[in-house]
Design a protein around this ligand. Structure first.
Ligand code: GTP
Ligand code: MG
Length: 215
């Protein structure tokens, strides 16, 4: 098995794809053959995969061995409705075998495989499975992307607790946006008081790559 890194987040729209792209570029710049998969994407309409298309274009540029892939190779399961897969699929059961097969196919061409989840850790894939179960199944190490808006303390600690309880090796990155100017004043003091490692997506991507690769 190659190095697998599962990128999840405290919620949807937090910056999983944004961070995944930065990680792909950084690992590729180190001479590693990179791959990427988004096992399930919702909100796919008229053949447009908002995440899949972007990730495919980038990974082809960074790893020419993947030039013949199509978007369904890196997004094996997709639905139109932009909702949790359980809802978007109309309640059908989630086929983990399709995902594992797609991962194995991609791994033949790469040293490190990034896996972007959907939404956050407790997003239901079907009635039984959640993203957490998919993480366990892939045996990947995890990068939790969190945000820097008010509420990030609670959101970060909740997701962290789930990963700890499941004994999943993980790192956390803060994807601060321009609008998050209050982070230093209203959230950072807590994290500093408890010596919480602050790795920012924008400025600490090289450290993150090291940490994740060695987890
Ligand atoms: P889903 O896969 O839909 O759950 O979302 P996501 O977690 O992958 O979020 P994504 O990376 O797509 O980021 C959401 C939006 O915020 C996108 O339009 C990004 O371009 C934008 N965005 C995310 N992070 C940053 C950032 O650090 N800076 C800026 N300028 N834009 C960002
Ligand atoms: Mg995304």
């Amino acid at each position: 098995m190659k190095k697998r890194i599962f990128i999840t987040a405290t919620n949807t729209d937090i910056g999983k794809t944004y961070t995944t792209k930065l990680l792909l570029r950084e690992y590729a710049s180190r001479g590693l053959k990179v791959g990427v998969i988004k096992p399930v994407e919702t909100g796919v309409v008229d053949g447009v995969y908002p995440d899949g298309d972007v990730l495919l274009a980038l990974v082809k540029e960074l790893n020419p061995a993947l030039k013949d892939l199509s978007v369904s190779d890196i997004v094996p399961i997709s639905y139109e409705l932009p909702a949790a897969p359980f809802i978007a699929s109309g309640g059908e059961s989630f086929d983990t075998k399709i995902v594992l097969k797609a991962i194995e196919k991609l791994e033949a061409y790469c040293d490190v495989l990034l896996i972007e989840g959907a939404g956050g850790i407790y997003v239901p894939l079907d009635k039984e499975l959640m993203i957490l179960d998919l993480i366990k199944l892939t045996q990947a190490t995890v990068l939790l992307v969190t945000h820097c808006s008010l509420g990030c303390i609670n959101d970060t600690l909740l997701s962290k607790k789930v990963l700890e309880d499941a004994q999943i090796a993980h790192a956390i990155t803060f994807n601060c946006k321009k609008s998050d100017s209050s982070f230093e004043k209203v959230s950072l003091p807590y994290f500093e008081a408890v010596n919480f490692p602050i790795l920012k997506t924008s400025s600490d991507i090289d450290t993150l790559c090291d940490v994740l690769y060695n987890l």
